[in-house]
Design a protein around this ligand. Structure first.
Ligand SMILES: [Zn+2]
Length: 60
């Protein structure tokens, strides 16, 4: 489930799998579906991310 979150006064949609934030829910949902299916990130999708949490979390 994509999380809606306010970061730096902007409403962002966060992928629950990788934590990347997007300005629109659709892209966040795409990312989450992708992450869940492949356990990797799609560059096509993640390049649209506007918020990146601690990326080391992706390596665990
Ligand atoms: Zn993701």
């Amino acid at each position: 489930m994509v999380k809606k979150s306010k970061i730096k006064r902007k409403t962002l949609f966060l992928c629950e799998e990788c934590g990347l934030g997007y300005v629109d829910r659709e892209t966040a949902q795409m990312c989450e579906d992708w992450c869940r299916k492949t356990a990797t990130c799609s560059l096509e999708i993640t390049k649209k991310a506007v918020y990146k949490p601690n990326l080391s979390a992706l390596e665990s």
